[in-house]
Design a protein around this ligand. Structure first.
Ligand code: UD1
Ligand code: CA
Length: 472
């Protein structure tokens, strides 16, 4: 059986360069907290628990972990407070009481969101429950990073130590191989090494990286698992770096979708902040944002500048430019072959059947529209049940709210609602009926009838408009 894995996530640092009151690890990438990405990755490794080391903004970080964004996986989360922050070694010392000696400790950082599970799996294999395994990378400019010091100058030589930039000699600063901040270490060895740390260095900090020299002294093998993809170990320290990693993350998602056959007009102008599932032959124009849970079935086309959240779009539907869909918790359903937009707004509980047409400046909320129903211009449908083939005229609204409660409007099959009607709910428009333009309907209408409720038109012949009299 493989050695159990305990993940420790460092998240106590201040993140001064973010210049924000929000704790750094709660800043969002792809719509989720940086820390959520790290926790997800830990969950994918089947770790038996993750210990988050908190310090700056500890209460906020711990509270966020209980929220839905971070608590998505069922990985067991624990916290260790580090106050004050005396360095990465000191941070690990705070986590030790929560770690059992039979495991391997995988050290991650809460501000490094793009590490892939496969990379960490490979690192854990290098560790094999008995070696100290370091994730390393060659960097053209290694300024600021801990350098991997080997016994000779060959890459194949034994790792002897990690020397922090500020403590490094000129010769050591010339080394390009850096420590990523990620390591896997047998916990029983880690415990002994952490007890031997001191802060006799330029920064007066307890460096976790000093355990490398203890491992060497104790004859424990130290292996460097070198990767080439810098984004996987890149940390977020500033808004600029956050934006850079956001683009890397989005490009990864865009690439994965394109590899499945999705046609994106421009992968650089595409954002998924959640999950986007696509069928075959889906086309997405520029500047679209997908949030929460969105599914686009076969042949769906999405025009430019749409924002779509928590919605299921059935096969062949077309979402024209500038459409905003947000299903929130209730969700939005768009039926097969439906045409939505441009400039349409679908809100929670909009449930549209096949071939429904929703045109510009039409808002639909908590309403069902059956096959072939149309609302093409400037209209509001709230808490309505709309039958098949209904035509809902421009400027018409359901008055669904009386100031205290919401009421339903039922529009039966084949009804034609003229322009500028107000349907005062609760009210039912009988099947096949017609409502004359400009009507305010307060009572149920019989099937097949023409219902008109408005002032009669009057014309006064030869009407003279008042004329302004000259002064004096
Ligand atoms: C550390 C490594 C360095 C490596 C670099 C990679 C040490 C001593 N150095 O540098 O070799 O190249 O990461 O980015 O480990 N943190 C705490 N408590 C503390 C200090 C830090 O929780 O007391 C957390 C930070 O919030 C951060 C992580 O540890 O998430 C790394 O700290 P940071 O200051 O960014 O790294 P360095 O110490 O500069
Ligand atoms: Ca530091």
């Amino acid at each position: 059986m493989a050695t159990p894995v305990d993940v420790v996530i460092m998240a106590a640092g201040k993140g001064t360069r973010m210049k924000s009151t929000r704790p750094k690890v709660l800043h969002r990438l792809g719509g989720r907290a940086l820390l959520a990405h790290v926790i997800d990755c830990a969950a994918r490794l089947s770790a038996r628990q993750a210990v988050v080391i908190t310090g700056h903004g500890a209460m906020e970080v711990e509270a966020a972990c209980a929220g839905s964004d971070l608590a998505e996986s069922d990985l067991s989360l624990k916290f260790a407070r580090q106050e004050p922050q005396l360095g990465t070694g000191h941070a690990m010392q705070q986590a030790l009481p929560l770690l059992a000696d039979d495991g391997v400790t995988l050290v991650l950082s809460g501000d490094v969101p793009l590490t892939q599970a496969a990379t960490l799996q490979a690192l854990l294999e290098q560790c094999g429950g008995q070696r100290l395994a370091l994730l390393t990378l060659n960097m053209a400019d290694a300024t600021g990073y801990g350098r991997i010091v080997r016994s000779g100058d060959q890459a194949s030589d034994q790792v002897r130590a990690i020397v922090e930039h500020k403590d490094a000699s000129e010769a050591q600063r010339a080394i390009h191989e850096i420590y990523s901040g990620i390591m896997a270490v047998p916990t029983r060895l880690l415990r002994g090494w952490l007890a031997r740390l001191d802060n006799k260095n330029v920064q007066r900090e307890y460096y976790l990286t000093d355990i490398v020299k203890f491992a060497v002294a104790d004859g424990v093998a130290v292996v460097a698992h070198q990767i080439t993809d810098a984004a996987q170990v890149a940390g977020v320290n500033s808004p600029v770096q956050l934006a850079e990693l956001e683009r890397v993350y989005q490009l990864r998602q865009a690439t994965a979708l394109m590899e499945q056959g999705v046609r994106l007009a421009d992968p650089a102008r595409f954002d998924v902040r959640g999950t986007l599932a696509c069928g075959q032959d889906v086309e997405i124009d520029v500047n679209c944002v997908f949030e929460g849970w969105v599914s686009l079935a076969e042949g769906v086309r999405v025009g430019a500048n749409c924002v779509i959240a928590n919605a299921t779009i059935a096969a062949g539907a077309v979402i024209h430019p500038f459409t905003h869909i947000d299903g929130e918790k209730l969700g939005v359903q768009v039926g097969e072959g439906a045409r939505i937009g441009p400039f349409a707004r679908l809100r929670p509980g909009a449930n549209l059947g096949a071939d429904v047409h929703i045109g510009n400046f039409v808002e639909v909320k908590n309403s069902t529209m059956a096959k072939g129903a149309k609302a093409n211009h400037l209209a509001y449908l709230g808490d309505a049940t709309v039958g098949e083939r209904v035509n809902y005229g421009a400027g018409s609204i359901t008055a669904n709210y009386d100031g205290a409660s919401k009421h339903r409007t039922v529009i039966e099959d084949d009804v034609h609602i003229g322009s500028n009607c107000v349907l005062v709910a609760p009210v039912t428009i009988g099947a096949g009926g017609t409502v004359g333009g400009g009507s305010t309907i307060t009572k149920d209408t019989p099937p097949g009838a023409l219902s008109v409720a408005r002032g009669k038109q009057v014309s006064i012949a030869n009407w003279k408009r008042p004329v302004k009299q000259p002064k004096g």
